[in-house]
Design a protein around this ligand. Sequence first.
Ligand SMILES: [Zn+2]
Length: 244
Amino acid sequence: MPLDQAEAIVLRTYNFGEQDKIVVFFSREKGILRGIAKGARKFGNRFGSSLEPMSSVRVFYYEKERKDLVTINSCDLLRSFFDLQRDLRTSFTLSYFAELVEEFVPARTREDLLFRLLLSILETLDLKGDLGFLSRYFEAWLLKINGFLPDLKRCKKCRLSLTGGGWLSAKKDGAYCADCAPLKKEGVPPEVGFFLGWAKKNPPPKAGDILPFSPAELESVRKTLQTILIFHLEKEPKTLAFIK
Ligand SMILES: [Zn+2]
């Protein structure tokens, strides 16, 4: 069997049998990759801290034909984001990101853009970037990369500019003005469209950068983006309950 390798971020691990772990990786080259790390629960095992959630790693593995799980041979730690886990809210938020990636990324497909997004969010958080702002930034880009981010700046039907706000469509693929909205259930305040326009053009803000949106505006953005995410997932992410 040839030894394969991939640059990856560890999304999560869970115990398997007496001594092993199953590791879910998000790899730059192959999307979601699930592997078995034999002996990873033994004291002083060869994996060290490389399997901690959100570690940036280079993983070496063997792939068996017709098997979903690869066998992990070794894992080199490229960058640890372990310090981020010390803050409970950050830690829960990272689990939420991991769940979203696992849900949205198909197995064995290259997802370079999303991979770079997650890595850049981790690096920015490590530089004490704003957790709430970066969460909205991540959600917006995750939707955009998957083709689920609607144009919320103009009415889907009459193209009227929604600078005064609008109403989210039933299939979450756009927003309507007050005249065109068939039902006025989920309001989209204008700041949501402004935020999405901003996020498209700017890198994630670092610590010390002046944030162009207030906490109240970011709260509107959160509501709309999570409504769209939940619609496409057809369920609420399990990890969302911890960060509400
Ligand atoms: Zn309209």
